[in-house]
Ligand binder design. Structure first.
Ligand code: PLP
Length: 398
């Protein structure tokens, strides 16, 4: 059994490329070329140089002394929050923009929900002097004005999408439509391990630098490459895919994913895809997704915009289905408390997405000698308003 993608683009029964005929040439050209381009020594040289000097890699693997004592295990934090732009997303956008240049593309499009992927894409477009259009639901542009401002400063055109519910799925549809009409000069940068093959595998490869670094850093610090467990939050699943990647085939490494339960798995306000989802097709991929009995996608809910997605990457659907990974559903409140706790005990304010991964420590017991790595996917600066509202509400309740 392997947990990697097969040559047809499937992880077990999940994955593939279920796309309209019109998109076929774009996807086919990408599928035929991505592995060869990524393997080129010049590509690897440019990718690694930018990761090092522009993004700031390798990110530290920090031994969290205070939390280790509290949870009675050896806890390490993989500091993706210290990357340029504040999260792991830039690892992928750097890889994809280099790939776009090898493919001879001049223009970039992307979709974004909260704006984090839009900012990471606009950043690399500024760096590479490429045209950038970011599709974003109108409702989201109003909720995420700071990220809209960032994208505009970086030179991107932000298109506010007014169809449907004016959120992420509508922005994705609009980006797809643009791509169908401009296949020659445009590359579409997808922000997570979702979408039709080869996107999930391509994004996982670019993010796999996370687990590659963990191996060499643990070898130095602990004398062994493999931890006992890796914990990551899952929206679409790209930081988790990167953190798990080099441990997938090693059964002695426990893989643990945290998804957003929102107000609670059974409240109707949730984004816990493995707990609630059923087999179906979303954004060109067969996966688990939240849907009604007649197959309508259910609007997800989470306090954290980055986990507010009705599906999950095909790799994770397979890891869940095969029981290779354990999934925990974490409520808004549990995540907020974990975010506050890390801030107070280690002086690190995490993104609320990341805080979901930290909450797993309250649900799983480890042994004192266990080495546990948590992927600290992003920093909490973007979430200060939500954190301070939470603190205000808590004080008012006292
Ligand atoms: C976008 C985001 C996520 C969720 O995306 P994945 O593809 O599941 O990693 C998690 N954490 C942060 C900080 C993010 O910005």
């Amino acid at each position: 059994m392997t947990y990697q993608v097969n040559e047809k683009g499937f992880y077990g029964k999940f994955g593939g490329a279920y796309i309209p005929e019109m998109l076929y040439p774009n996807i086919e050209s990408l599928r035929n070329q991505y592995l060869e381009i990524i393997a080129k020594p010049e590509f690897q040289r440019d990718f690694n140089a930018l990761l090092s000097d522009y993004v700031g890699r390798p990110t530290p693997l920090y031994f969290s002394k205070n939390m280790s004592a509290q949870y009675n295990c050896k806890l390490y934090l993989k500091r993706e929050d210290l990357n340029h732009t504040g999260a792991h997303k830039i690892n992928n956008t750097i890889g994809q923009i280099l790939l776009a240049r090898y493919l001879g593309k001049e223009k970039i499009i992307a979709e974004t929900g909260a704006g984090q992927h839009g900012v990471a894409t606009a950043t690399v477009c500024a760096l590479m002097n490429m045209d950038c259009i970011v599709y974003m639901g109108k409702v989201d542009t109003e909720r995420q004005q700071a990220n809209v401002a960032r994208m505009r400063m970086l030179g991107a055109k932000v298109v506010a999408v007014t169809s449907g519910s004016q959120t992420l799925k509508d922005a994705t549809n609009e980006a797809m439509r643009h791509w169908i009409n401009h296949p020659e000069d445009t590359h579409y940068i997808i922000g997570s391990v979702v979408g039709p093959h080869p996107y999930p595998d391509m994004v996982a490869r670019f993010q796999s630098v996370i687990s590659k670094e963990i191996k060499s850093q643990l070898l130095k610090k602990e004398g062994r490459e493999n931890p006992d467990a890796v914990i990551a939050c899952v929206g679409g699943g790209s930081n988790a895919a990167g953190g798990f990647y080099h441990f997938l085939e090693n059964q002695s490494v426990r893989l643990i994913a945290a998804e957003a339960a929102g107000l609670g798995v059974s409240t109707g306000k949730s984004a816990a895809t493995t707990a609630l989802g059923k087999d179906g097709i979303l954004h060109g991929s067969r996966t688990l997704l939240m849907q009604t009995d007649d197959g309508q996608v259910i609007e997800p809910y989470s306090i954290s915009a980055g986990l507010d997605y009705p599906g999950i990457g095909a790799m994770h659907a397979h890891l869940f289905d095969s029981r290779r990974a354990d999934f925990y559903a974490i409520t808004d409140e549990e995540a907020m408390e974990s975010g506050l706790a890390l801030s107070a005990t280690e002086g690190i304010i995490p993104a609320i997405e990341t805080a979901h991964a930290l909450s797993v420590l309250d649900k799983v017991n480890f042994k004192p000698q266990d080495i546990v790595v948590i992927i600290l996917s992003g920093r909490g600066d973007k979430d200060l308003e939500t954190y301070s509202q939470y603190l205000n509400d808590k004080e008012a309740k006292r």
